[in-house]
Structure formats: C-alpha cells, structure tokens
Design a protein around this ligand. Structure first.
Ligand code: SF4
Ligand code: SF4
Ligand code: SF4
Length: 402
C-alpha cells in the first residue's frame, strides 16, 4: 500500500476532528497568529561581538582544535570561513591538529595524542559508515569538548534520507552501481556477465584491501558519541559561528566558563515564524503550490499562499533567511525544544489549515488526501533534515512481505 493510500485510509478511519481538537493540536499556528513586529525583533539573534582580532596565543598556550567531516557535503567546513578576517588569527589561538578539507592531520596523528589533549573537536556530517564511526569515537576520546556542527551531525540531514530505502545499503549500492543510466551502461558495456559493485574487503595479490563498511541506518552524531554542544543549520549561519567562536575564545583567553552542556548554539526559544516578517492571515489552504507556480506576494505568509513552509515546526535562529527571500523554510535548524518530531509537527500545522473544521466543513477528507498527494516526496519534504532524529527512523521490509 502506497504512502498516500495509507494516508487516505487513516483519514477515512480516523474520528472526525472537532474544531476544539484541531486548535489544540496546532499550537504553532496560534503562535503565528500572535506575531507582532516587537516579537519579531525580540526573537532575532544578533551576531556575537567578537571584538578585535585574536591577540596572539592564549596565556596558557595554544589550544588544540580538530575539525572533522563525517557524512557531509563540505558546506559546513566552508561555513567556518564565515568568521571573515578572524579566520587568519585562529592559528594564533589554536593548533589545528586535524581538518581533512584544509590541513594534513592524519588518523594516526590523532590516535597518538593523549586522551583529552584536544580542547575542541568540531564535527560535521552524519555517521553512515565504519570510518565515520571510528573517527568520531577517536575524536571523542581525545577531546574535552565535542561540537555537533550542522544539520547532518545534529539531525542526520540529507544523508539520513537514505534510511527511507527499505533494503538499506544493499538496495542503495545496487541502484547506484547497476541501475542509474550511467552505471547501467557501464556495467552492460564492460561487466555484463558479472556487474562490479564495491566490496568492503577484497583480497588482491598484494594483500587484503578494505573500504569503510556502509551502514544500513544513518545515525546522528549524538546517537554514536556523547556531544557537548549543538550548532544546527545547513550550514550554520554566521551568527551561530560567531557565538561558537566567542565561547571558545573567551574560554581559551579569559577562562570564562563555557555554556551549559547540551546548549543549542545560535537558536532562539521561539519558532521561525516569530522571526519571519511575513503577515500571517491563517487563510485556509485549498491548493498546494510551489513558489515558481504563482506570483508570490512578498509580504504575505507563504503558507497562506499555499506554499508548504516548515516555519511553524522549526526553531528560530536564522532570522528567517529563506522566507525573506521568497522561499519556504525547509527546517534546517531543526525542531523547537517543545516539539521534537519536526516532520509530524509540520504536518499537523499544515493539516490545521485545511477547511475541515466542524463549523467550517467545506472540504472532504478525500479532497484533502488528493491535495496532499500533489506534494512530491512528502517524507523527503517534511523530514528533509531530521529523519535521523525522527520517531519513524527508517523504512523496513516486513518479514515475508514488502
Ligand atoms: S548540514 Fe548542510 S552544509 Fe553541512 S554537511 Fe550537511 S548538507 Fe552539507
Ligand atoms: S512564511 Fe513560513 S515562517 Fe513565515 S510566517 Fe509563514 S509559515 Fe511562518
Ligand atoms: S529559513 Fe528554514 S531552511 Fe532557511 S535557513 Fe532558516 S531554518 Fe534553514
């Protein structure tokens, strides 16, 4: 049964939603309705004041800093350059003992260091193979502080969408190496008898060669190791990076206590909607559209215009970068503290905008299911960044069936 067949069945079987229940299940919508210019300003996160360039080495000598990417795209590494000219003086504060994208530290260099001798490890990316897991465990052992940096490390990000492939790594490898147009042609031309798929271990005449073992389920960083701080975003914005750098510099130069363990750096306590300057009218959705399909009103809430926006289910911090530019929020800062399940929370907020309330029942549930079926890749949309942390976790193949 397809996702939408299940969705339709559930809608049919479910008890009718009362107006009271629908309102109670949509607290985010109510929060949007009370948005004022004052609350937008109050919820905004400013850049941390970094003062002058770093003043040479800290009094107790340079700290050791490691920057590592697990299953990442490299965007998080590049975002670290957003500290502008200060990047030139990071070397005054810290020995960069590892940064695969920029420096030449090797795994054995880290393995030989004393436990706890790295002050801070900043780790981006999800954990999706044995090498990722080995490296993050090693860095955890050697580090005083571990920062989970970016949406992939914090919530699984786009790599964790691989968890939706029911057959796990075997199905992914089969598709990537045998079924895409380019690889299907390659296999047909050169290996028609026996298609070549990467093996995790191969006995060559020179010895046994190994590759990292791909995992069936992609994990968030804190599902593998203990994490001290989180910096969400895809990638994190300059404001967040300035807060992180200020905390590290204050600690290294002035002995200022670090924020409490578990702090989400660069986020505010409210939803993204409260940072968004768009006017919310709580109009009822009767059609779902993409921004390129309509003439987008520059001042009206995108949801009011039928564009799916995850703002009600996303924690504020980015100052609504995307919605200010006319694009819906896809949720890269993750859920609010109050709502851990971001995708379901977004679905609830959207469902509350359909005209199905008892006192306003102008739309049949069948019609809603038809409208929702126009959302291409709904799980990919609502869990674009947070599948690794969701309650769904992954698709599975039931025993003896599909
Ligand atoms: S959070 Fe975004 S920028 Fe960072 S590694 Fe993941 S996909 Fe790339
Ligand atoms: S456009 Fe998105 S973030 Fe802005 S008010 Fe509407 S739902 Fe919230
Ligand atoms: S608006 Fe949403 S998707 Fe865009 S940067 Fe902010 S949290 Fe991320």
């Amino acid at each position: 049964m397809s996702f939408f067949e299940r969705f339709k069945k559930k809608a049919k079987d479910a008890p009718k939603t009362t107006a009271k229940a629908a309102k109670a299940s949509a607290p985010q919508k109510a929060a949007c309705a009370t948005k004022t210019p004052e609350s937008v300003a109050a919820a905004q996160l400013k850049m941390a004041d970094l003062g002058d360039l770093l003043p040479g080495a800290p009094p107790n000598g340079k700290i050791n800093l490691a920057i590592y990417w697990a299953a990442a795209c490299g965007g998080c590494d590049v975002s670290l350059l957003d500290v502008n000219e200060r990047i030139l003086t990071i070397g005054d504060m810290a020995n960069i003992v590892m940064w695969p994208i920029a420096a030449d530290g090797k795994e054995h260099d880290i393995a030989e260091m004393e436990d706890g001798s790295i002050t801070v490890s900043i780790i981006s990316g999800a954990v999706r193979n044995s090498e990722n897991e080995h490296m993050v465990r090693l860095l955890r052992k050697k580090s005083v502080i571990v920062v989970s940096y970016g949406a992939c490390a914090c919530f699984g990000g786009s790599p964790a969408l691989a968890n939706l492939v029911p057959g796990g790594k075997d199905e992914i490898l089969d598709y990537v190496y045998r079924k895409t147009p380019a690889t299907a042609n390659f296999q047909a031309d050169y290996h028609s008898d026996s298609p070549v798929i990467p093996q995790f271990e191969y006995s060559a005449p020179e010895g046994v060669l190994t590759l990292p073992v791909l995992y069936d389920t992609v994990k968030t960083l804190d599902q593998v190791i203990d994490v001290d701080y989180y910096v969400p975003g895809c990638p994190p914005l300059q404001e967040s990076i300035s807060y992180m750098l200020k905390a590290v510099a204050d600690f290294a130069y002035n002995g200022v206590a670090l924020p409490p363990k578990g702090t989400n750096i660069g986020v505010v306590t409210r939803t993204l909607c409260e940072q968004c300057p768009r006017r919310k009218e709580n109009r009822r959705i009767t059609k779902i559209v993409e921004p390129h399909q309509i003439d987008v009103d520059p001042e009206l809430c995108l949801m009011d215009q039928g564009i799916l926006c995850l703002g009600p289910a996303t924690v504020g911090g980015c100052n609504a970068r995307c919605t200010r530019a006319g694009q819906p929020c896809r949720g890269c800062y993750g859920p609010t503290v109050a709502v851990q399940e971001q995708g379901a929370s977004a679905l609830t907020a959207i469902a509350s905008m359909f005209p199905v309330l008892d006192d306003d029942a102008t739309m049949e549930e069948e019609t809603i299911a038809d409208i929702m079926s126009t959302v291409k890749d709904p799980l990919g949309y609502f869990y674009a960044y947070t599948m690794g942390k969701s309650l769904i976790k992954r698709s599975v193949v039931e025993k003896g069936g599909k």
